[in-house]
Design a binder for this molecule. Structure first.
Ligand SMILES: Cc1cc2nc3c(=O)[nH]c(=O)nc-3n(C[C@H](O)[C@H](O)[C@H](O)COP(=O)(O)OP(=O)(O)OC[C@H]3O[C@@H](n4cnc5c(N)ncnc54)[C@H](O)[C@@H]3O)c2cc1C
Length: 471
């Protein structure tokens, strides 16, 4: 599950004739096939390494069309890649072939202030768009913790989420139109830059979260909203994880829609303190960060109400950040969690299960027990406001006995989420690492329907093949 045995995978090499054809389109500099370049594009955040045969770097939609056309005609797999920050191996060229890197398709094409819409190339970094639209009083809410380096193409392909999605929804809610290069090399345009459009099947929504397995996005139109005028953050400390679940429940019951609601357990708090000295309380069992945003007066009232609810539901200490700098430091600590936790051992198995929110008080203690049962270092943190928990097992991936225990533990984590009506993944997608678990979540007829959809878009199984358990 955590390693890929390349010898067992049938990889399709790229013949010299295809390399020559690609060089005719892109020139020498944007077709890379020496070992060093292949190695540089061989990984993502899973740390699994699978080098592609050839890396191509298009600058225009037309170039992507020509690349896909040539590859498809010649039976060569194509794999799209944004920043390679994915946690499930989606951007790895599992079956060999051509990797399309969007690093040079990174332009914001238009920000239409009147209609609150932005048109971008897929390689734009999420943070770059956020800053650009905030300069004109607009707001693009989806904020994966990787927002400073991940790309909008990758976000759409994974339907990325983040802390703010508890209030504002995930990437899906903001995608209005897509240009997608399909296997023939043609561009399929889906959606409209309007708030309403119910003509025909909603192919845009099918493509969002398809992990690059149905087609390749070359242009994306995104909805923007007005930037909230104010925000406030509170930090609450707890003795036990079940109380945190109660707090979450009561905040929503009180009619408050927080703009972020994140938790971290003791190991996570200590990992992030070792990493960056953010001033978090090392002795706390669990820490909750809550942000509210909106009109300044409403924000003042709501953050006080949030603090009161935390105290009533078992928090032993609650602080409201007094300045923006103080609040930003807390959120910086939250965003540093992934790299901080990664330092705890050689291998990080990072699962991002989801529970329906109301089951959290019951489910979270059981989640912790799984780590204890298998005697594994388990770190839990994440977007508790939307029930999305990052359950991390920090193991020595070179120890086969520990790996075997972790595999069993992961399976139990997925079973727990599914037992409560949740999902095996809330935002990281399936890719390679969760492909084997798809039949746990879907019945055979549901898997078959997905495979049929894949065949319609990709009859030769060459568009990011080997992902999502669809082979
Ligand atoms: C420190 C850290 C924190 C993270 N936090 C979060 C988080 O809070 N929320 C969250 O959702 N994720 C998070 N992630 C995971 C990751 O950043 C997201 O999945 C992100 O959306 C991936 O973007 P990327 O540009 O790196 O895509 P890549 O990793 O390059 O690719 C991801 C998938 O998208 C496909 N793809 C890329 N570009 C295109 C395109 N143009 N057309 C079609 N398919 C394409 C690839 O084939 C692949 O299947 C985190 C990762 C890290 C390392």
């Amino acid at each position: 599950m955590f390693t890929v045995d390349l010898d067992k995978i049938q990889r399709i090499p790229v013949p010299d004739s295809v390399k020559r054809a690609l060089r005719e389109i892109l020139g020498e500099d944007r077709v890379l096939d020496d070992d060093m370049d292949r190695m540089l594009y061989s990984y993502d955040a899973t740390r699994i390494q699978i080098p592609p045969d050839v890396v191509v770097i298009p600058q225009t939609q037309e170039e992507v069309q020509k690349i896909v056309h040539i590859c498809y005609e010649n039976g060569i797999p194509v794999t799209p890649r944004g920043a390679g920050s994915g946690y499930t191996g989606g951007a790895l060229a599992l079956k060999g072939g051509v990797l399309i890197s969007f690093e040079k398709m990174d332009k914001i094409l238009d920000i239409d202030e009147e209609n609150a819409v932005a048109r971008v190339q897929p390689g734009v970094v999420t943070f770059t768009l956020q800053k650009a639209v905030e300069r004109v009083g607009l707001f693009y809410p989806p904020d994966p913790a990787s927002y400073k380096f991940c790309t909008l193409g990758g976000n759409v392909a994974e339907n990325a989420g983040g802390p703010r999605c508890v209030k504002y929804g995930v990437t899906r809610e903001y995608v209005m139109e897509l240009n997608t290069v399909v296997h023939t090399g043609e561009i399929i345009h889906t959606g409209k830059p309007t708030l309403k459009d119910v003509a025909g099947y909603d192919i845009t929504r099918l493509l969002i979260g398809s992990e690059g397995t149905l087609g390749i996005f070359t242009e994306i139109t995104l909805k923007l909203i007005p930037k909230p005028k104010a925000k406030k953050t509170a930090k609450a400390i707890y003795k036990d994880i079940a109380s945190v679940g109660e707090t979450v429940k009561e905040i929503f019951k009180a009619g408050i829609s927080p703009s972020a609601l994140e938790f971290m357990d003791k190991l996570a708090i200590n990992a992030v303190e070792d990493f960056g000295h953010f001033g978090l309380p090392r002795d706390a069992e669990v820490l909750l960060l809550i942000e509210v945003d909106g009109h300044p007066k409403a924000v003042e009232d709501e953050i006080k109400e949030v603090a009161r609810i935390c105290e009533l539901t078992g928090a032993i200490k609650v602080d409201i950040a007094q300045t923006d700098i103080e609040a930003e430091k807390l959120w910086e600590a939250r965003r540093a969690l992934s790299p901080a936790v990664a330092k705890l051992n050689r291998t990080k198995i990072n699962e991002d299960i989801v529970f329906p929110r109301s089951y959290l008080p019951e489910a979270l203690p059981q989640l912790r027990e799984i780590g204890k049962k298998y005697n594994l270092k388990m770190v839990n943190f994440g977007h508790i406001g939307d029930g999305n928990v990052h359950a991390n097992f920090m193991i020595n991936g070179l120890d086969p006995e520990e790996v075997a225990r972790a595999e069993k533990a992961v399976e139990e984590v997925f079973d727990l989420a599914l037992r409560y009506g949740g999902s095996i993944t809330g935002e990281h997608g399936v890719g390679i690492t969760k492909a084997n678990f798809m039949p746990k979540q879907f019945k055979p007829q549901e898997m078959e329907l997905m495979k049929k959809i894949k065949r319609v878009f990709d009859p030769k199984n060459l568009i990011n093949p080997g992902k999502m358990g669809l082979d």
